[in-house]
Design a protein around this ligand. Structure first.
Ligand SMILES: [Zn+2]
Length: 272
């Protein structure tokens, strides 16, 4: 009886010791794995399993891992590559980083998802990102000609599927109305036309919605007083085109000074 009791105690002790050792080995293994994954995330985010998991969960396919190439920015009449590169520069400026790329066929890709840079975007930048991403991720292509100083396109043309990048850039970076809100408007408008078959009115409305999401200001149509607006015999517009924007009852007038079909200056004036 006495011997048997001692034997059971020894067996119990050995079992506890054995279980304890197994637990310690398991904890060490888990710790080693965590340190390994953390090390990988820190040194090489491109291949980190953590990033792969978040990448899948976000269902974010706007990355250079998946080339859908829905957005194509091409040179007007096959010339003026600099104009297209200025459009890519504008996208990168709007996202505050070097994320947009253009291949030799004018296909645009964004690589924010893998770099986790998306988390650093402000609300305004996120809206801008979503507009570009939506066009890239579409199975139907949105093809836009980028011109620079076109005499017949003021900002963008629904019919010609064209954006005049110098007109857009003249809007600058004022928070109330800027080149990013204007550019996003044109991309959304063309995306709505080319992939959804929307007419000008509804494609333009979709453009206005993203513009407002970026700046917080909504455009009040028909309130701006256009002055000295005229067209020459070639059809080039000159004069002042004024538009009124409103945010929480605060109104601003945006005056675009146009000379021979090109925006040469933008002035913002408080109305109240
Ligand atoms: Zn429009």
């Amino acid at each position: 009886m006495f011997i048997a009791f001692n034997f059971k105690r020894a067996e119990l002790f050995n079992t506890i010791l054995d279980l304890g050792l197994r637990c310690i080995v398991l904890i060490i293994n888990v710790l080693v794995f965590i340190v390994f994954v953390a090390f990988l995330s820190f040194t090489n985010p491109e291949i980190s399993p953590l990033n792969k998991i978040s990448y899948i969960y976000k269902e974010d396919i706007c990355s250079d891992e998946v080339f859908l190439y829905g957005l194509i920015l091409k040179e007007k009449d096959g010339k003026g590559r600099e104009a297209v590169e200025k459009a890519i520069h504008l996208i990168n400026e709007g996202l505050n980083g070097n994320y947009a790329f253009l291949d030799e066929k004018g296909r645009v890709s964004l690589s924010l998802a893998k770099k986790k840079a998306k988390k650093r975007l402000t609300g305004r930048q996120k809206v801008f990102y979503d507009v570009i991403c939506e066009a890239i991720n579409s199975k139907k292509s949105t093809v836009i000609s980028i011109s620079e100083g076109s005499e017949f396109v003021i900002i963008g043309s629904y019919d010609d599927q064209e954006i005049d990048i110098s007109d857009v850039n003249n809007y600058g970076t004022d928070k109330r109305v800027n080149k990013f809100s204007v550019f996003a408007h044109e991309i959304k408008e063309q995306y709505s036309k080319q992939t959804k078959g929307k007419n000008w009115n509804s494609a333009h409305r979709a453009g206005l919605v993203v513009e407002e999401k970026i700046t917080g200001y909504s455009r009040l149509d028909g309130l701006g007083a256009n002055t000295h607006t005229e067209q020459d015999e070639r059809g080039r517009v000159s004069g002042n085109l004024n538009t009124v924007f409103e945010k929480s009852n605060h109104r601003i007038e945006v005056c675009a000074e146009i000379l021979n079909g090109n925006i040469v200056d933008i002035t913002l004036t408080n109305q109240n």
